[in-house]
Write a protein that binds this ligand. Structure first.
Ligand code: PLP
Length: 405
């Protein structure tokens, strides 16, 4: 595949994944509890915690946690730059989401931005680790402890990442992990919740005990979507229809193009993870190391390249060889990201410049939570491909083009 172009992201799936889904569908044993127990055991080792619960999606784990710890009128601080559905989970519990700005030239808030939003009603702070870049939360954790605020780490995009304490998530009172279709480990849908507080853990576990499994037809639909996406993003197809597919990805390729607030019970909140989802996660976990190694190589090379260029600024200051990026490598471009995207298109390089939107722009938040740093981020953030299916050859070719900028 020497002269083909690669798209901004491709799924972290392989033949084993597709084979496992089809054989599971046909195997009556795959519908029994066993894979769920095995998956829990492996994830407990992976996340180094005994108190893990499985859910059909990460957001559902987050929703059940909020339900367990929040009371009406409590406030939950969350970044203005995140998945709108996480904000919707807060609304669904009846609590009030409080939008926090990102730090200057960062895609996550710092302690200064968090402090500016704390009131005597603040009960939970959600810290989202984006693009697999895991920040040290020591200061934030101490601040939360001092003010009796529960800290939740959103590790949806950081499965397999580590911080100074070990596997990501251990700095907080609770952590959520995702196994959705575009994640490091794909279970079609899927989520896990890690809890420090045993009482909360047992309460949610008890509640989940009699929930039916996520309906099979939802998994089949997602499976078909994955195959469709696999075809569109295949380098041969993508290179031939570069402009059309790249445009389609811009318009429809991400969840939050037009973020909408919803104050309703989440769609999958009455379901448990299906054993087939657990079987897929089990099947894919052994590939995590190879994916991590490849991502580290990309992160290191991108970092070395952008270090020499004054028009780019890194988002993190630690060793790039430790970074397990989530599908794409984020960098701050001092010019307008739209302009750079247009230049790169001419060399058939597809990049992403609008993964999430600035939620504080929504009518419902405009008056109360102005987030200027986030606004700046939206104009300058650029996401370069770094997923495991990206060919090294194409990557190095792309690096040469970037060097000449
Ligand atoms: C930052 C972030 N948080 C949470 C989620 C929710 O994960 P799930 O789709 O498993 O609910 C996602 C999914 O895209 C995400 O990107």
């Amino acid at each position: 595949m020497t002269n083909y172009s690669y798209p901004r992201y491709r799924l972290n799936t392989n033949l084993q994944f597709y084979g496992k889904f089809i054989t599971s569908l046909l195997n009556p044993l795959a519908y029994q509890k066993k894979p769920l127990a095995a998956c829990l055991q492996l994830l407990s080792q992976q996340f180094q915690s005994e108190q893990i619960l499985l859910f059909p999606q990460a957001r559902i784990g987050f929703y059940h946690y909020l339900q367990a710890v929040l009371q009406k009128e409590d406030q939950v601080i969350i970044s203005s730059y995140t998945l709108i559905d996480m904000v919707n989970m807060i609304l669904a519990t009846g609590a009030q989401p409080v939008l926090c700005d990102t730090a200057p030239h960062k895609f996550t808030p710092g302690l200064t931005e968090i402090k500016a939003r704390v009131t005597d009603k603040t009960r939970v702070l959600v810290y989202t680790h984006l693009y697999g870049i895991v920040e040290d939360l020591t200061e934030i954790r101490h601040f939360c402890k001092q003010h009796q605020i529960l800290l939740v780490e959103d590790c949806a995009q950081a499965v397999g990442c580590e911080d100074s304490l070990g596997p990501v998530g251990l700095q907080a009172d609770a952590a959520v992990y995702s196994f959705g279709a575009l994640k490091n480990i794909v279970g079609l849908y899927g989520g896990a919740l890690m809890l420090k507080d045993s009482a909360v853990f047992y309460a949610i576990q008890k509640k989940m005990l009699h929930q039916p499994y996520l309906p099979l037809h939802r998994l089949i639909e997602k499976f078909l979507f994955c195959i469709f996406y696999e075809i569109l993003s295949h380098p041969v197809i993508f290179s031939v229809f570069f402009k059309k597919i790249s445009f389609a990805f811009d318009e429809k390729g991400h969840v939050d193009k037009i973020p909408k607030l919803k104050k309703v019970k989440p769609e999958f909140s009455d379901y448990a993870m299906h054993p087939i989802q657990a079987a897929l996660i089990l099947n894919q976990l052994p590939f995590l190391n190879t994916r991590r190694e490849k991502a580290k190589f990309f992160a290191k090379t991108y970092s070395q390249l952008f270090e020499k260029k004054s028009n780019f600024m890194p988002f993190f200051s630690f060793d790039p060889a430790q970074v397990f990026t989530y599908l794409q490598y984020p960098v701050y471009y001092r010019g307008k990201n739209k302009d750079l995207k247009n230049i790169l298109i001419k060399s058939k390089i597809d990049v992403n410049i609008d993964f999430f939107q600035n939620i504080s722009h929504l009518e419902e938040f405009k008056q109360s939570y102005f987030c200027p740093n986030c606004e700046d981020l939206i104009e300058h953030l650029i996401l370069f491909p770094s997923y495991s299916k990206l060919s090294k050859r194409f990557f190095l070719k792309m690096a040469k083009v970037l060097e000449m900028l």
